[in-house]
Design a protein around this ligand. Sequence first.
Ligand SMILES: *[C@@H]1O[C@H](CO)[C@@H](O)[C@H](O)[C@H]1NC(C)=O
Ligand SMILES: *[C@@H]1O[C@H](CO)[C@@H](O)[C@H](O)[C@H]1NC(C)=O
Ligand SMILES: *[C@@H]1O[C@H](CO)[C@@H](O)[C@H](O)[C@H]1NC(C)=O
Ligand SMILES: *[C@@H]1O[C@H](CO)[C@@H](O)[C@H](O)[C@H]1NC(C)=O
Ligand SMILES: *[C@@H]1O[C@H](CO)[C@@H](O)[C@H](O)[C@H]1NC(C)=O
Length: 189
Amino acid sequence: MLKQYLVLTLLSIATLAHGNDIAKEPDTLTNWFQNLSVAKEKVTQLQLYVQDILTGPTPTTIPVANANSTFTSPTLFGLVAVLDDPVRIAPSPDSEIVARARGFFAYSSLEEISIHMTFNLVFTSGEYNGSALSLVGHNPYLHEFRELPVVGGSGAFRLARGVALVRTVLLNATTGDAFFQYNVTVLHY
Ligand SMILES: *[C@@H]1O[C@H](CO)[C@@H](O)[C@H](O)[C@H]1NC(C)=O
Ligand SMILES: *[C@@H]1O[C@H](CO)[C@@H](O)[C@H](O)[C@H]1NC(C)=O
Ligand SMILES: *[C@@H]1O[C@H](CO)[C@@H](O)[C@H](O)[C@H]1NC(C)=O
Ligand SMILES: *[C@@H]1O[C@H](CO)[C@@H](O)[C@H](O)[C@H]1NC(C)=O
Ligand SMILES: *[C@@H]1O[C@H](CO)[C@@H](O)[C@H](O)[C@H]1NC(C)=O
């Protein structure tokens, strides 16, 4: 009996671990949640580089709204932007794209330059293709290190939680174009 249970448990863990795809029918998700009781959480670490392109023919981050006072504010308070940044495996425009950083942010501090970000890392290739991580947090990007909470995910990252430690590794002072290093650590099943 115990032996049978163990085998079943191992099977379930294995099945859950491979359920990387986005569910294509409601039952898949129901089963996935039922299997959670025997699933083990694991820690995944990813090192990614988000490329922010503000200028040129195809900017990937564009301002979409502001208040009348935004451009007289020393902290750009009220400026809202949308991003769809390529996410690469190295801080170079020639390196492979594995995801997109899609979402938006707003300058949300009256006291320092700081943005509130809400975006997804949407994986477009490799092991996590089709899965996404959702990040929400406060990013005072002139600080050397910033922590962005990972609050959830989809596909391989269902119920994920964790933290991304972020640092600016390249900044073109003329254009504002930049590469941000994201060391993401997440707990997921
Ligand atoms: C749940 O576990 C059962 C039994 O191991 C397995 O057949 C099924 O595919 C699993 N479902 C999901 C969505 O992981
Ligand atoms: C913003 O500026 C415009 C043009 O000067 C003015 O018409 C509008 O009332 C201002 N809006 C606010 C909320 O102050
Ligand atoms: C990622 O997944 C999409 C959708 O399933 C597929 O069209 C695409 O070819 C995959 N990309 C890579 C690089 O595997
Ligand atoms: C990410 O991890 C690498 C290797 O451990 C380290 O050199 C780098 O400083 C880290 N970056 C951040 C933003 O934590
Ligand atoms: C910054 O961008 C400008 C315009 O694209 C380019 O001419 C310049 O070489 C870049 N500077 C650095 C340090 O990459």
